[in-house]
Design a protein around this ligand. Structure first.
Ligand SMILES: Nc1ncnc2c1ncn2[C@@H]1O[C@H](COP(=O)(O)OP(=O)(O)OP(=O)(O)O)[C@@H](O)[C@H]1O
Length: 588
């Protein structure tokens, strides 16, 4: 479920602007070059206007035509054309370089903030919501420089420049032109912002919701088809899409009207400036050839001013994205690791003392759970579904924090170990094995990059995976389908076990390693695990009873408690034990 997002009106964009600091020079260069390109544009159109008018006036008599200097203005026109093209090119290079650098910094900042949040804390968001934040929201923020900061500064610069160009010849007209341009560029967007920012906020909520729903449903396509739910789901998604599109249409209307208002104001500004210039030319000593220069300067400047509505429109989206990202980056990790281990474990024994784990919704998954595993002991934990076994593994690896009790590894509390030490201490095969988009070799070597091909082949053979491997077109260099969908459940499980066994971790935690395997394969896999776990402490969660007589001890848990513990033979000899009852059920 997605977390509530901050009100966009109250989002402080300054910290995000601060992310641009390392590339401030590049961004300033981009703005400067953009300013040069647009100033050249204004210069080009103004000078051309003046040149044509002046040439026409000069052509009215032979004397003026002979003395008129054609060369200097035409060189100026050519010069502006060159600086405009070069400025535009340089601006694109600098601003894109700056934008890409900013994008990578934003991603780095975000990953750094979410990395300490354990997978259980991130579950709160849901994968599709998290994906939307990491992609669409970061992209939106990335626009802050390119689509908001740059156009705003450049428009301001061009308005001032236009005022100065006109003001040099007639100061009051220059002042009027600058003020009128500023109003033309900002009044419409401001009104649209006031009317449209709630609409824009709602659009973003609907868009995110739609994306999340779509991303959630696509992987479940086969289930939806099999249960004939695809049609109703499609209709419901289409309804959501129509609602979002209706908001988009309304928004487009608001911004369209804002642009129309800006265009009308520009038309009025040009008309008034031309009228003022004509009056100035009649009553003061302003050359009539400058009238066209003034009108055309404003038209040239409007190229920059016309970017403002878009910039304001983007600002709303950016603020909302910033709010959603801020909510993620300011989340305090519930589990913190010390920068350095405060002590070193003496051995690979585990001592779990009076552990209690309670979830936010009040479910108590573990209660007063104590278990001591001697160094090198091989232990299996059995119990009905929902008994708390996986919660125990998640607490051991510190994905969850206990509400009470402690866990000692080799006599040292796991809270006192830094993250690399804790991770290197435990090799884990979780309930679901994830395969990355990488070769099978790289997937296997995740926990031990030093492992050689011979070792991989031997282990895969011992886990009954050599036939499967020989079917792969490029052996270990082959790539799995996304998430490992080209492997059967049992193959995927054994792949996860191989990955854990390849590590040199002194403790192995395996969650249901024989699930989905036939009796014979399960026994073989268990024997391989035992061989590779020699000297290591093994804690294995299982629902399979067969083969457990090879282990040192077993425990049975339910409702968060350890109900029974002992060596398998001893428990089997006790006909009243739960383990004997489980074994009986299998035999019968
Ligand atoms: N994130 C969570 N929020 C709330 N309750 C949870 C959460 N995860 C697990 N639980 C609850 O905690 C209890 C123990 O769950 P856990 O997954 O540890 O059981 P399990 O013994 O591993 O089950 P299984 O054998 O089916 O995997 C269950 O009642 C479960 O519903």
């Amino acid at each position: 479920m997605s977390a509530p997002s901050a009100d966009p009106a109250r989002v402080d964009l300054r910290p995000w602007l601060g992310q641009m600091r390392p590339f401030a020079w590049l961004m300033a260069l981009g703005i400067l070059l953009n300013l040069i390109a647009l100033a050249s544009s204004v210069g080009l159109i103004a000078l051309s206007g003046w040149f044509l008018s002046a040439a026409a006036v000069a052509g009215t008599s032979a004397a003026t035509a002979a003395t008129f200097n054609f060369l200097l203005p035409s060189a100026g026109v050519r010069g502006f054309a060159i600086t405009r093209t070069a400025g535009r090119y340089g601006e694109r290079v600098a601003s894109h370089e700056g934008t890409l650098k900013l994008l990578s910094r934003l991603r780095w900042h975000l990953y750094r903030a979410i990395e300490p949040l354990s997978p259980t804390a991130l579950q709160h968001y849901g994968s599709s919501d998290l994906m939307a934040r990491l992609t669409a929201d970061v992209d939106a923020l990335d626009n802050l420089y390119l689509r908001v900061v740059t156009p705003s500064i450049v428009a301001l610069g061009i308005i001032v420049l236009c005022g100065v160009i006109i003001g040099v010849f007639a100061p009051p007209i220059g002042l009027f032109a600058a003020v009128a341009l500023a109003i033309s560029g900002t009044l419409g967007p401001w009104l649209a912002w006031r009317r449209g920012h709630h609409l824009s906020h709602r659009w973003q909520v609907l868009n995110t919701h739609l994306r999340a729903r779509l991303l959630e449903r696509l992987p479940a396509l086969s289930e939806l088809l099999l249960y004939e739910r695809w049609q109703p789901e499609t209709e419901s998604l289409l309804k959501d899409q129509q609602e979002r599109d209706a908001h988009e249409l309304a928004l487009a209307g608001v911004w369209g009207r804002s642009q129309l208002l800006s265009q009308i104001l520009l038309g009025i500004t040009i008309t008034v400036v031309l009228a003022m210039a004509a009056w100035w030319s009649l009553h003061r000593n302003l050359s009539p050839t400058l009238i066209a220069l003034m009108g055309l300067s404003i038209m040239g400047a409007f190229e920059a001013v016309a970017m403002l509505p878009q910039a304001w429109q983007n600002l709303g989206r950016i603020q909302r994205a910033a709010g959603r990202l801020e909510e993620l980056t300011t989340r305090v990790p519930s589990i913190c690791f010390p920068a350095e281990s405060l002590d070193k474990p003496n051995d690979n024994g585990l001592d779990i003392r009076e552990l209690e784990v309670r979830f936010d919704d009040g479910t108590t998954a573990l209660s007063n759970f104590s278990l001591t595993l001697a160094p090198g002991e091989h232990f299996a934990l059995l119990g009905p579904s929902g008994g708390g076994k996986t919660t125990l593994l998640n607490t051991l690896v510190r994905f969850l924090s206990p509400t009470h009790g402690r866990i000692l590894l080799g006599g040292v509390s796991i809270d006192a170990l830094d993250e690399p030490t804790l991770r290197a201490s435990m090799g884990i095969a979780p309930q679901d094995t994830h395969l990355f988009v990488a070769s099978y070799r790289d997937n296997l070597k995740l926990g031990n990059p030093e492992a050689g091909d011979d070792e991989l082949h031997q282990l895969l053979q011992a886990l009954d995976l050599s036939d499967w491997l020989s079917d792969q077109p490029e052996g270990l260099d082959s790539y799995p389908d996304e998430g490992g969908s080209s492997l059967s459940g049992g193959q995927l499980k054994r792949f996860g076990i191989a990955r854990a066994l390849l590590t040199h971790a002194p403790i192995l935690l395996l969650d249901e390693p024989t699930e989905g395997l036939d009796e014979q394969t399960a026994r073989r896999v268990l024997s391989t695990i035992r061989t590779h776990a020699k000297g290591r402490t093994l804690l294995m969660i299982t629902h399979h009873v067969s083969g457990l007589d090879q282990l040192d001890r077993i425990g049975i848990m339910d409702e968060g408690h350890l109900l029974e513990i002992g060596p398998p033979q001893q428990l089997l000899e006790d006909i009243d034990s739960r383990f004997s009852a489980l074994q009986q059920q299998i035999v019968l």
